[in-house]
Design a protein around this ligand. Structure first.
Ligand code: AGP
Length: 612
């Protein structure tokens, strides 16, 4: 949720930290702060609000140090304020800490420290960390680097919850200490300089070489070295990984907003996701998976587990998997799955979807399945993310960095990859091949069909203007179209703050139709020729009651009195969400713009939800 950044090198840390924080701001934007190591010791500047407010602080100009840490906050414990902003210092102001995650037992730790004479100045859970480090460090006889690491280790052993922590201490003026558990953090390796970040794009302009820290691994960064220590504080080596993301993919370029850029990138991101996995008249290639026919025949149930948009992609995938592979597939919200004691055996295959690969609930749900002996596959967009590292197998969507909080290109790439996965299983199982071949061809046609949809942008923008002052918008669809209705509704509420709900069209009469009144807007999605007449009937019922209608369809609807019909290219209904969602993404985008909102950073949200 929060963003963390760190720098050690020969250059002044401040501009690099600010640059990183601006790029990380989509992770949280309630307040921001940085601390640098100066000749006189740690100096810290923080402010409420966005990173720009921090830059405006006069005191920031005194920061000259070449080593520093920074943080942009998404408030959990304590309202957004200067006191609650990070970095937090211990009472002696010798240790500075920034933290991403949640310390669940902070009250108990606060009491322990208070009883030992420590004072607290914020409402945060984080403030216990620098004070505990200080407590343990003072108890140590020695004052060497390993003694300080011992103090960090003792602190970490007391913490319950999740954390990615960066630490500066006045006794180690050229070094920065880091440790993580269940919260993202990468180390960027430069030449005579090293970086920390909570994700790759924030430091991609400085380096493409990364180390990925596992849970409860410690690192000590100096300008020309990164040392790794395990939980016993034994040194070990780590392989550096080169990330070949194009820097321009994390820049806005000529677009006003990342979201619009990412919507228009979908032909490319889908092409990259398909890659060499699908080609006409050849078997699907997924080299990352080692799955046999015997194993698939033994699978009696697939669980797809995810949150938010990724869960909506999973709902579509359930239908594809069940149809092509004939394996019962269930879809679960990760935060429910992890606590509902799901029936998992060695015959269960669990697929986890997460753009960021850092969503706390999805990671916990994956760990649960592993404990119970199921095979796990992670689908993520971020190389080396925590989810990927936990799973038995990892498949990447290759959509490129997604910066806007509202997910667009990741969603379509997830469905593409899941459809490919379903066909891969179906081929291994020896299922009916004509339909498989046909869907492969349709998958390959997706990028050019999305390009065609962009021709409707102006039509969608005009309708967005008409309905931008609405209070409620309802989305309806049947079958696979219902899964898109859910995603369209989520997009709209996230970035326009208009209340919206999605209903399976057949459910309208069972209650929600009571909400329909003159002038209300209904968005109808109709791409399945078998169901289109049914949904038309449901739409007629709301039109009769005075609703405005925005329709997305690839069918010839005949002479019905709908207000706006966006025609999209024809495609198999199994993958139609990849096309039908595009007008809904654009609708949400233009409504948000019309209302003058910050599309990329909607209120109260953060890009990756790394806390429960
Ligand atoms: C998408 O628009 C949302 N911001 C959100 O629902 C998101 O999809 C969800 O938090 C899951 O994130 P993940 O894919 O990174 O796990």
């Amino acid at each position: 949720m929060c963003g963390i950044i760190g720098y050690v090198g020969d250059r002044k840390a401040k501009p690099i930290l600010i640059n990183g924080l601006l790029r990380l701001e989509y992770r949280g934007y309630d307040s921001a702060g940085i601390a640098t190591m100066e000749n006189s010791g740690i100096k810290c500047v923080k402010n409420k609000g966005r990173v720009a407010e921090l830059e405006n602080c006069e005191e920031i100009n005194i920061l000259e140090g070449t080593i520093g840490i920074g943080h942009t906050r998404w408030a959990t414990h304590g309202k957004p304020s200067i006191e609650n902003s990070h970095p937090h210092l211990d009472n002696k102001r010798t240790t500075a800490v920034v933290h991403n995650g949640i310390i669940e037992n902070y009250v108990e730790l606060r009491n322990f420290l208070t009883n030992n004479g420590y004072e607290f100045f914020s409402q945060t859970d984080t403030e216990v960390i620098p004070n505990l480090i200080n407590y343990f460090y003072n108890k140590n006889e020695g004052k060497s680097k390993i003694d300080f690491l011992r103090a960090i280790k003792s602190t970490v052993e007391k913490l319950k919850g999740s954390f990615a922590i960066e630490i500066l201490n006045n006794d180690f003026k050229d070094e920065m200490f880091v440790v993580r558990k269940d919260s993202p953090m990468v180390i960027g390796k430069g030449v005579n300089e090293n970086y920390i970040s909570s994700d790759i794009p924030a430091i991609l302009s400085f380096t493409k070489d990364f180390y990925f820290l596992n849970d409860l691994e410690f690192a000590v960064l100096s300008k020309d070295n990164v040392e790794f220590y395990d939980i016993n504080l034994e040194r070990f080596d780590k392989q550096v990984k080169n990330i070949d993301w194009d820097m321009s993919s994390s820049e806005k370029g000529d677009y006003d907003d990342f979201m619009l850029k990412e919507i228009f990138e979908q032909p490319k991101s889908i092409r990259e996701t398909i890659g060499a996995r699908v080609s006409k008249n050849n078997m699907i290639q997924i080299d990352e998976l080692e799955i046999t026919k015997e194993y698939l025949q033994s699978v009696d149930r697939i669980y797809i587990v995810a949150c938010g948009t990724a869960m909506n992609a999973g709902m579509t995938a359930k239908k594809i998997l069940e149809h092509f592979c004939k394996i019962q597939t269930e879809i679960d919200i990760a935060s429910e799955f992890r606590y509902r004691d799901p029936l998992i055996t060695e015959k269960t295959l669990c697929i986890y979807i997460s753009q960021s690969g850092e969503t706390a609930d999805t990671i916990a749900a994956l760990k649960l399945a592993k404990e119970k002996g199921a095979k796990t596959i992670a689908i993520s967009n971020v190389i080396g993310s925590s989810l990927v590292r936990e799973a038995d197998f990892a498949l990447y969507t290759h959509a490129g960095p997604e910066i806007a909080v509202a997910s667009t290109k990741a969603y379509t790439s997830q469905i593409v990859l899941l459809a490919i996965l379903a066909l891969y299983f179906a081929e291994i199982l020896g299922c009916e091949s004509e339909e498989i071949e046909k869907l492969k061809e349709e998958i390959l046609s997706l990028p050019s069909k999305i390009e065609e949809i962009f021709d409707n942008t102006e039509q969608i923008r005009k309708f967005a203007k008409i309905i931008s002052n609405e209070k409620d918008v309802f989305f309806i669809g049947r079958g696979i179209d219902y899964t898109v209705a859910l995603e369209g509704s989520l997009k709209l509420k996230e970035i326009s703050y208009i209340h919206s709900e999605a209903y399976s069209a057949g459910e309208l009469k069972h209650g929600p139709i009571a909400l329909i009144e003159n002038g209300i807007t209904i968005v109808g999605i109709m791409t399945d020729s078998n169901l289109v007449q049914k949904t038309i009937s449901n739409l007629q019922e709301v039109v009769t009651r005075g609703a405005k209608t925005f329709i997305v369809t690839n069918q010839n609807l005949g002479n019905f009195n709908f207000d706006e019909v966006v025609k999209i290219p024809e495609i198999s209904s199994y993958i139609s969400p990849i096309l039908s969602v595009v007008p809904l993404q654009l609708l949400a985008y233009y409504i948000s713009k019309e209302k003058g909102l910050d599309v990329d950073k909607p209120r109260n949200l953060a890009k990756s939800v790394t806390v429960e």
